[in-house]
Write a protein that binds this ligand. Structure first.
Ligand code: PMP
Length: 418
């Protein structure tokens, strides 16, 4: 019997389908601006110099074996990663209220964060899937909704991006926070919002945090780009730390895919801040015990290689300093490409802008991506006429732009818009 007779065909992942199209394209000036992976100025994948060093250290260390890690992950990684996001002098860490578990990169952290809340978030106990709403920005990382759906939550959009200004829809966002039911679970991009590159300013974060506090909302922080946004690890952790200092209930997903270039090694962490330490109601020890169960059910033990590399970098002063330089190299190359693209569109091509503030959004947006403001037809022209592979929402990965192709990208944007 054909036991899989009714299996429907699922569409391929849009981003990875774009890459496949790019690879098949024979045109010499083709550009891939789809996938969010950093490329150097030659358009090549970038192995961070500090990662090369860490790999050499590991290779010459004969004491390393291939035993299972503890279920929570490599202890020296786990303790260092929470300090990186919350700050070494974080009160929550000193009070033993932070629970951290090594995850399969940021995706795994989001998955466990959702799964943990689905089981244990007090306001949701006894509720149906439809009632367990996790609010996500409109738009958000394409995988968020799939991940949360898969763990029994119902993702619902909140207003975030204003296409008429190509910026933050601050007042609708704040209105939503004020009118949402108390203790709503709301996902926030800690920095370098994907896909828009539009982040709140510090003053705006303060307003947002104030309403979270008043309404008892839960902040589900997804931090996939710490350091990658501004080039400064502490600066990019500012919003998270502000929320912690305001005692807002929260968790934070971390990924070392972008900031350490460890995409394929799948190294990240989930951090939950408890209101109490130890084995008491709501205590960190109880939360941790449940995360260990989740991990055991899903992967038994996390993988070693990425954890060892990041642990070396985070725990060695010299390597840590070198990592910061590597992060600056990446962040500043992206910022430089924003300026080049902006100058070409404004000064050279005098391209009509899609928004009221000219092309300023190209330089104002933060992190890996620019939301260009191009409409779906214009995006299609970019792919079909320019051989510039980008998603139909107008997002381009700045990391795919370099000195050699920036002129071509600008020229194609100009042609697509006119
Ligand atoms: N969250 C956001 C917002 C992202 O952009 C990404 C990467 N595209 C991730 C999470 C997770 O990526 P990874 O699992 O590779 O760490």
């Amino acid at each position: 019997a054909d036991v899989f007779h009714s299996t429907p065909y699922a569409p391929p992942d849009a981003i990875f389908a774009l890459t496949a199209g790019y690879q098949q394209d024979k045109f010499d000036k083709k550009v891939n601006l789809g996938v969010g992976a950093y490329r150097d100025n030659e358009g090549k994948p970038f192995v961070l110099p500090v990662v090369r060093k860490a790999k050499q250290i590991l290779a010459s260390d004969d004491s390393i074996d291939h035993e299972y890690l503890p279920i929570a992950g490599l202890p020296s990684f786990v303790s260092a990663t929470s300090k990186l996001i919350f700050g070494a002098d974080s009160r929550a860490i000193k009070e033993d209220r932070v629970v951290t578990i090594q995850t399969i990169s940021g995706t795994g952290a989001n998955h466990y964060g959702g799964a943990f809340l689905q089981r244990f978030y007090e306001p949701w106990l006894g509720k149906s899937k439809e009632e367990k709403k996790i609010y996500v920005s409109n738009p958000t990382w394409a995988n968020h909704k799939a991940i949360f759906n898969s763990v029994g939550l119902t993702p619902v959009d909140y207003p975030y991006y204003d296409s008429s200004t190509i910026g933050l829809a601050l007042s609708s966002f704040l209105d939503f926070l004020r009118t949402a039911p108390a203790q709503s679970v709301i996902l926030l991009h800690a920095c370098a919002h994907n896909p828009t590159g539009v982040d709140p300013t510090r003053d705006e974060w303060k307003e947002i945090a104030k309403i979270f506090k008043e309404k008892g909302h839960f902040a589900f922080f997804d931090c996939a780009y710490q350091g990658f946004a501004s080039g400064d690890l502490d600066n990019d952790a500012w919003a998270v730390r502000h929320f912690v200092s305001e005692s807002i209930p929260l968790l934070v997903c971390q990924s070392y895919a972008k900031n350490a270039g460890l995409y394929g090694e799948r190294i990240g962490a989930l951090n939950i801040v408890a209101s109490h330490a130890g084995d008491v109601e709501g205590g960190a020890a109880r939360i941790k015990s449940q995360l260990l169960i989740l991990q055991r059910q899903e992967i038994s033990n996390p993988p070693t290689f990425g954890a060892r590399i990041v642990s070396l970098i985070l725990n060695d002063e010299k390597l840590f300093a070198e990592w910061k330089e590597d992060i600056e190299t990446m962040a500043h190359r992206i910022i430089a490409m924003r300026e080049r693209l902006h100058a070409l569109l404004v000064d050279k091509y005098k391209t009509p802008a899609p928004g009221p503030n000219g092309w300023d959004h190209v330089v104002k947006q933060i992190g890996m991506f620019t939301f260009t403001g191009l409409n779906p037809t214009q995006c299609k022209a970019m792919v079909e006429k320019g051989h510039i592979y980008m998603t139909a929402n107008g997002r381009i990965s700045m990391a795919g732009i370099n000195d050699k192709n920036v002129e071509w990208v600008a020229e194609c944007i100009d042609k697509a818009i006119r």
